[in-house]
Design a protein around this ligand. Structure first.
Ligand code: SF4
Ligand code: SF4
Length: 409
């Protein structure tokens, strides 16, 4: 007979996080999915989810955590981590929700998303066919039927080659400034490859040898879909590979804040070992590399003063990279107007049919502000850029795109 798992078995150490919630509601004030029209129905808020788990623990709630009702409520947390900044009790909300999701039913789309790195790799091997699939009505219907990806949601095109291959082909043997391992996010690897190539070329001109050691996707989606075993496996593989690289006097770099958060925060938490701590200590984002180059007098910036919007993506905030990104853009001549609202996409969450309208509602305030600003927009997150390009007419760029042409070596 199928036996339901108890909340303490599912949560282990995270059960205490549920119990220490004081129900203040501060998390609701910053939680993007708690501030849309569907939220206060049935208490679908950040606090509501924790109170529900408290009720389950004290046996007031007579529903299993595997039940659709509970899993659907947990699905409304898309792991943006904004609540972590404000919770006075230090409740690790997204982390405990991944664990509750891990007891949910296995579905085809969940399987696909937790192995998305493999599927993206396959897609990039047949770019013409893949692009036909993601751009045609027939293809979008198929994606909607099989994978629940809303046919109106933005979807990136495949570039036709991977950044990983480019690096392997063009990795120079010199590099007197040191060796850098690029931990490549899936988006830059298969979709925004030009940004990756320009970044690699810039680092090579600065005297670094850039390499791409064996690596898997960051595993953010595996966590979001509650596939914890898969997430641990990915973390183990990436940490072992990056650790070997670091042992030989290398550093690890990232372009995407999600990749940075994986190496700096998620892997040490998932694995809890010395290797992941060492990799985290030796990981640096490209933005901080450029700031170090500037502080050491190796680069300067030219270019006119220009107004621009800086969008604080959820993962840039979680990675604590916001100050660095702003400083880099300001050094390059941009006078920034800052928008902190969430764009609503949250990785893949906003692409999924049942969330697509909510995703748009979350992002609407930001889209309107961007349209009114009539300035170029910088956002470090790859999926935020995808969403903002889809819903606004503004020029949306990674901060590096605005900075690279203004660097004097
Ligand atoms: S991680 Fe984001 S979506 Fe989830 S509860 Fe926290 S603020 Fe809300
Ligand atoms: S902010 Fe923390 S303590 Fe307050 S309701 Fe949210 S989870 Fe509970």
């Amino acid at each position: 007979m199928f036996r339901q798992r108890t909340l303490d078995k599912v949560l282990n150490d995270y059960l205490y996080d549920v119990l220490k919630c004081v129900r203040c509601g501060f998390c609701n004030s910053v939680c993007p999915t708690s501030n849309i029209s569907l939220s206060y129905r049935d208490s679908r808020t950040s606090r509501g989810r924790i109170v529900l788990l408290q009720a389950k623990h004290s046996s007031v709630l007579n529903l299993s955590i595997e039940s659709n009702a509970i899993q659907e409520l947990m699905d409304l947390c898309f792991g943006c981590r904004r609540c972590l900044e404000v919770c006075p009790a230090g409740v690790r909300i997204p982390q405990l929700i991944w664990r509750v999701k891990s007891s949910g039913p296995l579905r085809l789309n969940k399987f696909f998303y937790t192995y998305y790195g493999t599927f993206e790799k396959l897609g990039a091997m047949i770019p013409t066919l893949s692009n036909l699939l993601v751009k045609s009505n027939f293809g979008r219907t198929l994606l909607e039927q099989i994978l629940d990806i809303d046919r109106n949601a933005p979807f990136p095109s495949f570039y036709g080659d991977s950044l990983e291959k480019y690096i392997k082909k063009h990795s120079s043997s010199n590099g007197d400034r040191g060796r850098l391992a690029l931990f490549i996010d899936v988006f830059t690897n298969y979709h925004d490859v030009e940004l990756g190539i320009r970044t690699v070329n810039l680092l090579q001109r600065l005297g670094y040898r850039v390499e791409a050691p064996p690596q898997m996707e960051a595993g953010t989606l595996a966590l979001e879909f509650g596939a914890l075993k898969r997430a641990v496996k990915i973390a183990r593989f990436n940490i072992d590979s990056m650790y070997e690289f670091i042992k030989n006097d290398g550093k690890v770099i990232t372009i995407s804040p999600a990749a940075y958060v994986a190496l700096k925060i998620d892997y040490p938490e998932l694995l809890g070992d010395e290797k992941s701590r060492i990799v985290a200590e030796n990981t640096i984002d490209i933005v901080d590399i450029l700031l170090n180059e500037y502080d050491d007098g190796r680069i300067r910036f030219k270019g006119p003063v220009e107004n621009a919007v800086y969008h604080h993506s959820c993962f840039t905030k979680a990675a604590r990279l916001t100050t660095s990104v702003k400083r880099l853009l300001e050094l390059a001549g941009y006078k920034l107007t800052e928008f902190e609202e969430c764009c609503g996409i949250a990785g893949i969450w906003g692409l999924i049919k049942k969330h697509h309208e909510a995703s748009r509602e979350i992002g609407n305030k930001l889209f309107t502000k961007i349209e009114h600003a009539q300035m170029p927009v910088f956002s470090q997150s790859e999926t935020c850029r995808l969403q903002l390009k889809h819903y606004t007419n503004s020029r949306i760029m990674h901060p590096l795109e605005g900075v690279m042409d203004r660097i004097l070596l």
